[in-house]
Design a protein around this ligand. Structure first.
Ligand code: G4P
Length: 525
C-alpha cells in the first residue's frame, strides 16, 4: 500500500467526556469491534479508580500501567483506527488538551441523565479553537434520562455547536426499545447485552409496518412524529460542515450494553477525516509530503526510579517514519536515530519499522525531548498548536535543602519539559511560581523531585486568580503597563511576558486602564 492509501485509511481520534459519562466503556466496546480485545473489562483495569482520587501514587501507578493503552491502534475493515486515550482525572486536563492537538477528530460522550457537564464544556472549547470535527454519543439510554430534544438543545447551547441527530431513540430508561438509525435508515432493537451486537430490523423506510410490529403502534407513531420534527428543525446532515467543526452529528445508545456502538463506529469511519495538514510556524505541512515530519505531544515518565526513562509520543504529520533513519531534532539541531520506536496496536506496544501520518510512535527517551519538539528529515520546522492554558492553582516553590539546589533546578526544568505543570518566574522578587490544573500535580512534583532528583522542596501559598500572557502593538504602552504592574509581572519558560492577576477585579481594571494591551488565557495567540 502506498503512502496515499495509508493516509486515507487512517482515523486518529480521541474520546472525551466528563468523568463517568462512559468514555472507558465506549473505548472498550470499540476495541471489541476492532477485534483488539476479546472480552469486555480489559480496558477498565486501566481506568483511574474513583477511590484513588486523593491517592496520586496509586493514580501514577495506574497511569504507568496505562502507557500501553495511551494509544490504541487497530484495524477495522479497511480502516486503521488510532484512539488516543485521555486521562479521566480532571487534574490531568492539560494532558488532555495536548492530546487533542494530535487528533483529527473527537467523539464526545454525554450521559443522557446528566447532559453537558463542566469538563465536557471545557474540552469542547479546545476543540472549537482548532475546529476539530466532533461526533456526540449520548450514552446510557437504558437508564432514565432527559428528553432527547432537550438534550439536543442543551448540546447546542452549552457546547456552542450546531447538532444533527443521525440516530433517534424510541423511549428511554425502562421503556427503551431501540434506535432508528437515520443515517442508514434502519431500525436497531435494544436487547441488553454486554458483549453482543445490536439486533437490526431491516426496513426500507420508517413507514414500513415492520416498525409497528417491532416496537408497537404507539411508539412507531411517536417515532415518525419525532423524525418529522427532526427533518423540519435540523438541516440535512452536511459532511463538509462536520469536517469544518460547524455541525456535530449525534448518536444515541448504551455503551455498557454495546448498543448503538457499532453504528457509531460504522458511520464514524465513513465520515471522520483522515489525517489533516498540520500548521507549522514556517508553513503548512501536508500529510502526503514525502518527507517525514512529526511532533512530540506527550511525554510519559517511568515512575520506577531504577529506570529513569520516558516515552515520548510522536505524532507522525507527514511522510513515512522509519526505524533507524536519521531525523533532525529541530530544537537541538542534532540528528537522531531511533532503534526501538514502538507502535501501539491493540493493548500491546511493539517495535515498529515504519509508521504513517496519523500514527503515534513511542520513542524511548532519557530527557532529550520536550513537549512540542519537532522531528524532520532536516527541514527547520516548528509545529504550532500546543497551547498552555492559564493554570488554576499557583504556589511558590522553595528549596529546602541548599546543598541540592542544582538538582532541584534540573528536576524542575525536566518536569516542566514533560508538561507536568507550568513555571513562571516573578520578575519583581525572582521567585519561582508553579502553576497547575489541580492539587494533585503539586504532590506529584514534590514526590518526583525527591525520588528522581534527590531534591526537596516546599510549597508556599500565593493568591492568584489567573496568569495571562500579554502583548501589544504599542511598545510604549507595554512598557508602561509592565512598569506599573512590576510586582505582578513574570516570564514563562519561553521568556514571554505574563501578568499575574490576583483577582478577576484586578484583571478587569487592568483591561480598562490599559486598552492597548492584549490579555490572553492561553499561550497560543
Ligand atoms: P468514564 O470513563 O467516562 O469515567 O466512564 P465509565 O466508562 O467508567 O462509566 C462510568 C459508569 O457508567 C460505569 O459504572 C459504567 O459501567 C457505567 N456505564 C457506562 N455506559 C453505560 C450505559 O450505557 N448504561 C448504564 N446503565 N451504565 C453505563 P460504574 O458502576 O461506575 O463502574 P462498573 O462497576 O460498572 O465498572
Amino acid at each position: 500500500m502506498g503512502l496515499n492509501e495509508e493516509i486515507q485509511r487512517r482515523r486518529t481520534f480521541a474520546i472525551i467526556s466528563h468523568p463517568d459519562a462512559g468514555k472507558t466503556t465506549l473505548t472498550e466496546k470499540l476495541l471489541l469491534f476492532g477485534g483488539a480485545i476479546h472480552v469486555a473489562g480489559a480496558v477498565k483495569s486501566n481506568k483511574i479508580k474513583k477511590t484513588a482520587t486523593s491517592d496520586w501514587m496509586e493514580i501514577e501507578k495506574q497511569r504507568g500501567i496505562s502507557v500501553a493503552t495511551s494509544v490504541m491502534g487497530f484495524n477495522y475493515g479497511d480502516y486503521k483506527i488510532n484512539i488516543l486515550d485521555t486521562p479521566g482525572h480532571q487534574d490531568f486536563a492539560e494532558d488532555t488538551y495536548r492530546t487533542l492537538t494530535a487528533v483529527d477528530s473527537v467523539i464526545i460522550v454525554v450521559d443522557v441523565a446528566k447532559g453537558v457537564e463542566q469538563q465536557t464544556r471545557k474540552l469542547m472549547e479546545v476543540c472549537r479553537m482548532r475546529n476539530t470535527p466532533v461526533i456526540i454519543f449520548v450514552n446510557k439510554l437504558d437508564r432514565e434520562g432527559r428528553d432527547p430534544f432537550d438534550i439536543l438543545d442543551e448540546l447546542e447551547n452549552e457546547l456552542k455547536i450546531s447538532v444533527r441527530p443521525l440516530s433517534w431513540p424510541i423511549n428511554i430508561g425502562a421503556k427503551f426499545k431501540g434506535v432508528y438509525n437515520i443515517y442508514e435508515g434502519a431500525l436497531d432493537l435494544f436487547k441488553p447485552d454486554k458483549q453482543k451486537v445490536t439486533e437490526r430490523v431491516e426496513i426500507t423506510d420508517v413507514n414500513d409496518p415492520a416498525v409497528d410490529e417491532a416496537v408497537g403502534a404507539a411508539d412507531a407513531a411517536k417515532l415518525r412524529e419525532d423524525l418529522d420534527l427532526i427533518e423540519g428543525v435540523y438541516p440535512e446532515f452536511d459532511r463538509q460542515a462536520y469536517l469544518e467543526g460547524k455541525v456535530a452529528p449525534v448518536f444515541f445508545g448504551s455503551a455498557l450494553n454495546t448498543f448503538g456502538v457499532k453504528e457509531l463506529l460504522d458511520c464514524f469511519v465513513k465520515i471522520a477525516p483522515s489525517p489533516k495538514p498540520t500548521v507549522a510556524e514556517e508553513r503548512m505541512i501536508n500529510p502526503h509530503e514525502e518527507n517525514f515530519t512529526g511532533f512530540i505531544f506527550k511525554i510519559h515518565a517511568n515512575m520506577d526510579p531504577n529506570h529513569r526513562s520516558c516515552i515520548a509520543f510522536c505524532k507522525v504529520c507527514s511522510g513515512k517514519f522509519e526505524r533507524n533513519a536519521n531525523y533532525k531534532h529541530v530544537r537541538s539541531g542534532k540528528m537522531m536515530r531511533f532503534a526501538a520506536p514502538t507502535a501501539f496496536m491493540a493493548q500491546k506496544k511493539s517495535v515498529v519499522d515504519e509508521a504513517y501520518p496519523g500514527d503515534i510512535v513511542g520513542i524511548p527517551d532519557t530527557g532529550n525531548f520536550k513537549i512540542g519538539d519537532t522531528l524532520t528529515t532536516g527541514e527547520e520546522l516548528h509545529f504550532k498548536g500546543l497551547p498552555s492554558f492559564s493554570p488554576e492553582m499557583f504556589k511558590y516553590i522553595e528549596n529546602t535543602d541548599p546543598m541540592k539546589s542544582k538538582q532541584l533546578e534540573k528536576g524542575i526544568q525536566q518536569l516542566m519539559d514533560e508538561g507536568v505543570a507550568q513555571l513562571f518566574v516573578n520578575q519583581f522578587n525572582g521567585r519561582k511560581i508553579i502553576g497547575t490544573v489541580g492539587q494533585l500535580q503539586f504532590e506529584v512534583i514534590q514526590y518526583r523531585l525527591l525520588h528522581e532528583y534527590g531534591a526537596q522542596c516546599r510549597w508556599e501559598p500565593i493568591s492568584l486568580y489567573k496568569a495571562c500572557w500579554i502583548d501589544s502593538d504599542d511598545p510604549e504602552a507595554l512598557a508602561a503597563f509592565k512598569k506599573r504592574k512590576h510586582q505582578f509581572m513574570a516570564i514563562d519558560r519561553q521568556g514571554r511576558d505574563v501578568f499575574l492577576a490576583d483577582s478577576n477585579y484586578v484583571l478587569q481594571m487592568a483591561r480598562n486602564d490599559f486598552p492597548a494591551i492584549n490579555f490572553y488565557f492561553s499561550s497560543e495567540f
